[in-house]
Write a protein that binds this ligand. Structure first.
Ligand SMILES: [Zn+2]
Ligand SMILES: [Zn+2]
Ligand SMILES: [Zn+2]
Length: 333
């Protein structure tokens, strides 16, 4: 059974999730991405290879559990955390432990086996973002869950094990330190200036233009001032809103357009790199406030974390964000 362990020195939670009762070095064999169309658990006709769906988009008359869908959400077959786990907190000597309560779901973004999110029409990407939103709203009803992360790993270097386009959701019984830090920073900025730091960033980047990748009526795509990795890019809604769950249909539509534009630029500019994409939104059930502002962060996987990064928590980025933004701006798609 998965469990969450807290490091006794720093407030860092780790999910210990043994997948199968195999030898510990079995993980060496799981590295390659599986691209087997017949045996693909995400292809239409193979619905029985996944746990029963929790959400699907189907035309009238199409039966749950069968083919005909355009999008499907299913629990992960090898979940990092499980909703069925009974909540328990335990101290074991000086160590802290929480039972692995959580949720881990997979959003199958398209019935097509080939192609990536960048190849999907904007309406389908919007349908994916709407599925994230619907699942977040549903999972938020479980009061044991405190935070949620929607994310996408594309390509083996980014952690993908199946090539069929999909994203994932993990809900946690804690708010992890990386998120706490971002929330704390945003709250501090508001405390000092009575302004949202993300709204401030959007305003400044729209004026400076140097780190701007793309702008539309509702969304801004930018290379952040202190980009941690080459071509790290954020999508930030122009309108202030703390939680992704409360975004309107129009905003999701605009976010899908911006995401599609960014993915296509990244594909052309960096020759279809592996990447991680994730959503930052308020912890569950904490709705809108004046100081936090949801956004998407995308990190192409162009270099590995090396010794110094692990040692210091500080990254060395060889690509100034101004250069990355200029390059992406000029990339025609
Ligand atoms: Zn497939
Ligand atoms: Zn804001
Ligand atoms: Zn963030």
């Amino acid at each position: 059974m998965p469990e969450m362990r807290k490091d006794p020195i720093v407030d860092r939670w780790v999910i210990i999730a043994p997948e199968r009762a195999e030898r510990p070095n079995a993980i060496l064999r799981n590295r390659a991405e599986v691209d087997d169309e017949q045996g693909c658990p995400f292809c239409p006709g193979n619905e029985r290879m996944t746990p029963p769906e929790v959400l699907s988009r189907r035309p009238p008359g199409s039966q749950p559990g069968g083919p005909g869908w355009t999008l499907r959400v299913v629990p992960n077959r090898y979940p990092a955390l499980r909703t069925e786990t009974v909540m328990s907190r335990e101290g074991r000597g000086l160590f802290d432990l929480i039972a692995g309560v959580g949720a881990h779901e997979v959003i199958v973004e398209t019935p097509e086996h080939r192609g990536t999110m960048a190849d999907l029409p904007a309406e389908q990407i919007e349908s994916v973002l709407r599925a994230w939103q619907e699942r977040i709203v549903d999972l938020a009803r479980d009061v044991r869950l405190k935070s949620i992360f929607a994310f996408k790993n594309q390509g083996v270097p980014a952690g993908a094990t199946l090539s069929h386009a999909h994203s994932q959701l993990i809900a946690l019984p804690v708010v992890p330190p990386g998120m706490q830090e971002e929330l704390r920073g945003a709250k501090r900025h508001f405390g000092e200036k009575e302004r949202c730091v993300f709204c401030d960033i959007v305003g400044q980047e729209l004026r400076d233009k140097e780190r701007l990748v793309h702008e539309s009526e509702r969304m801004v795509v930018l290379s952040p001032w202190a980009a941690r990795t080459p071509f790290e890019t954020w999508i930030v809604p122009r309108e202030h809103r703390s939680s992704f769950e409360s975004s309107s249909g129009q905003e999701l539509h605009a976010a899908a357009d911006a995401l599609r534009a960014l993915l296509r630029k990244i594909d052309v500019a960096l020759e279809k790199p592996a990447f991680n994409l994730y959503l930052h939104t308020m912890p569950l059930r904490e709705n809108n406030n004046d100081w936090y502002h949801w956004h998407l962060e995308l990190k192409p996987m162009l270099q590995q974390h090396a010794g110094f990064e692990w040692a210091s928590g500080c990254t060395i980025n060889p690509t100034p964000p101004e250069e990355a933004a200029a390059f992406l701006r000029q990339t025609e798609v």
